[in-house]
Write a protein that binds this ligand. Structure first.
Ligand code: AMP
Length: 283
């Protein structure tokens, strides 16, 4: 496994791969790798010849009062995990290497980026799109793999790829959960054992919401119930609970319904979601 840290080095590492006509799969991460990230790597391994992973904590997607400074950065452990999963090239640039002093052009992700999660984190998806656009331009992947865990990120990136004509296929990998349902997240590391138990309230709310959707309940009833389930657990502060169309994040229109929740548990702000297909096939 090669580890490269400069824009020149990642371009050079992939030049010969491209010349040989081998396909490149790309997994963008902020590190602190867990089974969710590794599921993306395995999906990339299955369908592309060369797997590239980026590890970069992107300041543009953090708000001023968010956890950019304290976000975990266990690089050595991450590199070992990446190697074990068969990643071929890791791109781990410094902040300066990625943005430098001159950075002034950014991607504006439009209306979709201001819905649901974007409404609580102004500028977040613009920051995500800017870094992903830059990474796509450096890596030129044939396929890029993203987790359903960040459902709105998937929708926003699909729009960007279509709107800006990036020659890349976006593949989505299902959410990897702990045995008790908690979605894996780098931010779970912030939780004490007690908070870790409370955090299962998010998935419990989604499952209740799913049952209501299947029984034909109104959007309002589903959202209220999910808020209630999260709010009933001491130490869980619900942020939002929404039932939306998975592509537009507007009111669902008879197709699949995406249930999306956010809550603060101790020091961590957690998100989770569940896609409810009208056919009755779950996430
Ligand atoms: P992050 O390092 O949090 O930026 O995540 C990098 C990628 O891993 C994103 O595409 C995430 O959606 C994906 N990811 C994070 N957690 C999970 C999970 N529990 N299951 C599946 N994918 C995940």
């Amino acid at each position: 496994m090669k580890v490269v840290r400069t824009q020149a080095a990642i371009r050079e590492a992939l030049h010969s791969v491209k010349m040989q006509g081998r396909t490149v799969g790309f997994v963008a991460t902020m590190g602190a790798l867990h089974e969710g990230h590794l599921a993306l790597v395995r999906a990339a391994r299955r369908s592309t010849d060369v797997v590239v992973m980026s590890i970069f904590v992107n300041p543009l997607q953090f708000g001023p009062s968010e956890d950019f400074g304290s976000y975990p950065r266990p690089e050595e452990t991450d590199l070992r995990a990446a190697q074990e999963q068969g990643v071929d090239v890791v791109f781990a640039p410094s902040l300066d290497e990625m943005y430098g002093a001159e950075m002034s052009t950014t991607v504006s992700a439009g209306g979709l980026a201001r819905m649901v999660e974007g409404a609580e984190r102004p500028g977040h998806f613009d920051g995500v799109c800017t870094v992903v656009a830059k990474l796509f331009n450096l890596v030129h992947p044939d396929r890029a793999f993203f987790g359903q865990k960040d459902a709105q990120q998937v929708a926003v990136i699909r729009r960007m790829v279509s709107d800006l004509s990036f020659p890349v296929e976006v593949e989505v990998v299902p959410i990897v959960r702990e045995p008790d349902g908690l979605a894996m997240s780098s931010r779970n590391a912030y939780l004490s054992p007690e908070e870790r138990t409370r955090a299962t309230a998010l998935y419990a709310a989604l499952r209740e919401g799913e049952a209501l959707v299947r029984r034909g309940a109104s959007v309002e009833a589903v959202e209220d119930r999910m808020l209630e389930v999260m709010g009933a657990v001491q130490g869980v502060e619900p942020g939002y609970a929404r039932a939306v169309d998975p592509d537009t994040f507007e009111t669902p229109g008879g197709g699949p319904v995406l249930l999306a929740v956010a809550a603060r548990v101790g020091p961590a702000r957690l998100i989770d979601n569940l896609l409810v297909e009208p056919s009755g096939v779950g996430e």
